[in-house]
Design a protein around this ligand. Structure first.
Ligand code: 5GP
Ligand code: ZN
Length: 114
């Protein structure tokens, strides 16, 4: 996906502040944080959104979930807690169409939707 911003971040042609990386997962700081800790966790292949998750790419998704504990620990929020948010599509408010999970924390989070 040549014109996908997050694919460019994966290959390094767009810079990012990396927090964690393995063969499947990249986590980096959100450029416009809405909480003291605001990290984006993405698969290192292009998956547009949750509608695109399938048997072909589910390994990337399990690796994302497996990495959350370590990323939360690196960010210093593992014990106090945090929120994972994944927006999908227009009504979900997704702006960047490369699947990503927002890890938010570092303060008592308000604005609970559910
Ligand atoms: P969405 O609204 O799609 O769920 O979230 C996209 C997120 O990507 C937003 O929180 C936005 O601040 C972040 N973002 C957009 N462009 C960049 C960028 O170039 N670098 C980084 N690190 N984050 C970005
Ligand atoms: Zn992409």
């Amino acid at each position: 996906m040549e014109d996908c911003l997050f694919c460019k971040i994966v290959v390094g042609s767009v810079p990012s502040e990396k927090v964690f990386e393995n063969d499947y997962v990249l986590a980096f700081k959100d450029i416009n944080p809405v909480a003291p800790v605001h990290v984006l966790i993405i698969p290192k292949i292009h998956i547009q959104d949750t509608n695109e998750i399938s048997d072909k790419n589910v390994l990337y998704i399990s690796e994302i979930y497996k990495s959350v504990e370590e990323i939360a620990s690196i960010c210093g929020v593992k014990e106090k807690g945090y929120r994972l948010v994944c927006n999908c599509g227009n009504d979900g408010g997704q702006m960047v169409h490369h699947l990503h999970f927002h890890l938010l924390g570092g303060k008592k989070l308000r604005d609970k939707v559910v």
